[in-house]
Design a protein around this ligand. Structure first.
Ligand code: MGD
Ligand code: MGD
Ligand code: MO
Length: 765
């Protein structure tokens, strides 16, 4: 696509097929095969010795936190290795021995690179030095750090208002880097801090905040070991949080039951062969799911309502299915909820859900009799128009059962990026936090802005409309991760300057503003050296525990800076000594940075000491059953409506999901082995009866078209794969299908794009 800067870059890259091979979907996850794949990936990217010695430090108390997902580490990490196949892939991707240096950019123009696939781009290696793409040029050229900082400062100074700048964050950054970045954005004068969680668990944050008073989960890892029931809804842990399977296994061994709700029967939820145990390697492993409810896409609310209705009927008879003492003491809205349930007929709800009634009855019988319930969920619930209500319906169930604030029970939104929760805790948010603003004023002596900033959806629109002109990304891959690829690309290309602080090359570095800067930074596994000594930083896991992480590998190049140093460099150049914050000192001294963080945010007081050893839990009011911040000091039941999908003939609902070989837009490989797809990503999973209706055969080539708001959006060339998925539903991979997700279609209240319920038609080619 030609843009105003005369660069002819592709926003999606190659759509060539790569040579598909199909096999039966797997009946279990992990096992020996996972060990083999782990070693293959790490040895290839890192070399054998380096791979083995580095893996032994991952998720260990004196080592570094896995750069993959945010699942917590057990109190006593296994000495055999506390990592999973996909954590090892995340590490090898970061610790690769390949390099993208100035000669790489001299050889390849951004126009040429943009034609490569994301897989190919990502495999090029680690960035080694700051680079600039000047107006009208198509090759990146080297630039010094100081000149880079000056260039950013100049562009920020030239804006008419600080609200014309966007400060995006992905969830890999440390607490220290994120705190400093948020501080600079506020000192500069804007709350325009969109972050990846806007596209991810924002719906969870909103729903949990409104019902329970904290936008985070309430369980700790140990709770899984004593839960009587774990419900896993809209989540694929076998691929995206593999170490969660060890927790589910322990729950099962201790007599717990697992109920899964998902349009797909994911391999990792069927059976787990724990590679850390002999039984897992040589034996048949542990069955995970006891009851699978194969819901239609986005029909979780009808299904949950039906479960609640059936439980309420049982409770009416015996009075001991619900925890009435808990309901009376801690909650508000019980009567309204029960009344609302009366409005629905069981048969309507059953039909909408698409699940067999006998399976639902089995789940109801189990839920009726047990009291310690954990509900886990991820993107299958959050990325819908009614994402917030999906989660509120889960909270309703937990409140009815009194399954909060006690061992073995509670909410568990399973986070994505390894420090996405920490970034929010230390100030990455577009909305205004009074506590934070007051803390900043008291500690640093300046007033933070009080106007709400742009989240991701609104940031894209602002850039598209020419209302924002400078984009800075602290990690992430904005062009590929955000919905509506063409629209988002235009938004970025409208900017005067786009800056990316990154470890590796990605599409956002190619789909740029008039001028672009590429600032290479240290990754999680790299040693962050000061005067020759490695430093640590802190992160927060999915369960609210803050702990240290210290990289062990020599940095990918001598010319990298840490994220705090880069943010400090920008701030220092911008303020040039005219600001109450001593940016240079603060960004160079992490101890000082943490001390200040603890002064601004009381939850982080004494973090320098408390983060030692296993770390410490941040305060969590649900664990204490303290609902004092909510209306009438009570946890809130919610009355939720039904999701609405009026499909015309020929329309399907598409969920855009992850394969087993990717981390978001980073493509590790071309296989999705648990689903039986090898060496190809351009596939669409479809029910065989739907295929028959459309006269489609296996591996036929189709285009997918979405027409929200009468605008045609097309994703071309996908191979049809017959699969066990409800009729009327489709699944395909992200980011290839982001082009179909409308930028202006998002969840109520949370503004999360509806990546899991895109209405599409199919065009045979
Ligand atoms: N290896 C690896 N690990 C990762 C990531 C990665 O890409 N790779 N990404 C990280 C990030 S940022 C995140 S947010 C998490 C994502 O973790 P997940 O949320 O597990 O990721 P998705 O592939 O988006 O899977 C969504 C699951 O929800 C189901 N689903 C879709 N729609 C519905 C629905 O309407 N109802 C129900 N009940 N289920 C539905 C899908 O079938 C699928 O199993 O993983 C994190 N960890
Ligand atoms: N259609 C569709 N769209 C989605 C989703 C979906 O399910 N469907 N999921 C959404 C979700 S849940 C999320 S979280 C977002 C993800 O959105 P992002 O977080 O923006 O995307 P990632 O692919 O995780 O970003 C990867 C890039 O981060 C950089 N990076 C890696 N490690 C580091 C580091 O340590 N420091 C720095 N500075 N940079 C680093 C590398 O350059 C890498 O290319 O995508 C969202 N988009
Ligand atoms: Mo995410």
């Amino acid at each position: 696509m030609k843009n105003s800067h005369n660069r002819n870059v592709s926003t999606q890259g190659s759509t060539e097929f790569t040579g598909i091979r199909l096999s039966e979907p797997a009946s279990y996850a992990a096992g020996l095969k996972a060990v083999r794949v782990t070693l293959e990936h790490t040895f290839k990217e890192m070399g054998i010795y380096r791979a083995l010695s580095t893996l032994s430090h991952m998720n260990q108390k004196e080592g570094f936190d896995c750069p993959g997902c945010a699942w917590p580490d057990p109190e006593k990490p296994s000495k055999l290795g506390e990592y999973c196949e996909n954590g090892a892939k995340a590490l090898s991707e970061e610790a690769t021995t390949k390099r993208v240096d100035k000669s790489f950019f001299a050889t390849h123009s951004v126009e040429e690179l943009s034609l490569w696939s994301d897989y190919h781009i990502g495999k090029s290696g680690r960035l080694t030095e700051p680079m600039v793409l000047k107006p009208g040029r198509v090759h990146y050229e080297p630039i010094s750090w100081d000149e880079s900082f000056e260039l950013i400062a100049k562009n920020l100074q030239d804006l008419d208002s600080p609200d014309e700048a966007i400060f995006y964050t992905s969830g890999r950054s440390s607490n220290e880097a994120a705190f400093l970045y948020g501080l600079f954005s506020r000192a500069y004068g804007t709350n325009n801090m969109p972050d990846c969680s806007n596209m991810c668990h924002e719906s969870s944050g909103v729903a949990l905040g409104e019902t329970l008073g904290i936008g985070k989960g309430s369980v700790k890892l140990e709770d899984f070991y004593e839960a009587e029931i774990v419900m896993v809804i809209g989540q694929n842990p076998g691929t995206n949080h593999p170490r969660m399977l060890s927790a589910l296994e322990k729950c099962k061994v201790n007599g717990g039951k697992v109920i899964t709700i998902n349009p797909l029967e994911e391999a990792g939820l069927k059976r787990f062969k724990n590679p850390q145990e002999i039984k897992g390697v040589l034996g048949s492993g542990e069955t995970i799911t006891d009851i699978h409810l194969q819901v239609k896409i986005n029909q979780d609310v009808p299904l949950l309502k039906l479960i609640l209705k059936k439980l309420a009927a049982l409770d009416k008879g015996s009075k001991n299915v619900f925890d009435h003492e808990f309901i009376n003491t801690y909650t508000e809205g019980y009567e309204a909820l029960l009344q609302d349930l009366n409005h629905y007929s069981e048969s309507d709800l059953l039909e909408l859900s698409g699940v067999s009634e006998s399976a639902i009855d089995e789940a109801v019988a189990l839920l009726a009799e047990k009291k310690k319930i954990i509900i886990c969920w991820a993107m299958g619930l959050t990325q819908h128009k009614n994402g917030v209500e999906n989660i509120k319906e889960c909270v309703n169930l937990l409140l009815l059962k009194g399954s909060l604030g006690k061992p073995g029970a509670g909410t568990c939104p399973v986070r994505g990026h390894s420090n996405v929760q920490g970034d929010r805790s230390v100030g990455i948010m577009h909305f205004v936090s009074e506590e934070l603003n007051q803390g900043i004023e008291k500690t640093f002596g300046f007033k933070a802005p009080t106007k709400e900033g742009f989240d991701t959806v609104r940031a894209v629109k602002a850039m598209h409309d020419g209302k924002a002109k400078v984009f800075i990304g602290l990690g992430g891959n904005f062009a590929s991760a955000v919905s509506d690829t063409e629209y988002t690309a235009e938004a970025l290309q409208n900017c005067d300057l786009t800056v990316n602080i990154s470890t590796k090359l990605n599409r956002t570095h190619l789909v740029t503003g008039k001028t672009a800067l590429l600032l290479p930074t240290l990754g999680r596994s790299d040693m962050d050296l000061k005067e020759g000594k490695p430093r640590f930083f802190t992160v927060e896991n999915s369960m609210g525990k803050v702990h240290r992480s210290k990289g062990v590998l020599p940095p990918a190049s001598d010319n990298l800076k840490s994220e705090p140093e880069i943010v400090g460099g920008i701030a220092n150049a911008y303020f040039n000594g005219n600001h109450p914050v001593d940016w240079k000192n603060l960004s160079a001294d992490y101890e000082l940075l943490r001390e200040k963080m603890g002064m601004v945010l009381t939850a982080f007081k004494d973090v320098n000491d408390k983060s030692k050893g296993g770390g410490f839990y941040l305060p969590n009011n649900v664990r204490q059953l303290d609902f004092s911040k909510l209306p009438n000091q009570k946890a809130q039941f919610s009355v939720c409506g039904l999701p609405e999908h009026k499909l015309s003939p020929g329309e399907f609902i598409l969920m855009t999901i992850r394969s087993h070989d990717q981390f978001n837009t980073t493509i590790y490989g071309l296989n999705d082995r648990y689903r039986g797809v090898h060496n190809e990503r351009r596939v669409v999973f479809m029910n065989p009866r739907d295929m028959e209706k459309l006269k489609l055969n296996k591996l036929d080539v189709v285009n997918l078209i979405s027409t929200y708001d009468q605008k045609e959006r097309k994703a071309v060339k996908f191979l049809v794969i017959p699969y066990d998925i409800p009729e009327g539903n489709l699944a395909s991979y992200y980011p290839e299908t982001n082009v179909l997700v409308p930028y202006n279609h998002y969840a109520d209240k949370s503004y999360t794009p509806i990546s899991k319920s895109v209405v599409v038609t199919i065009e045979k080619t």
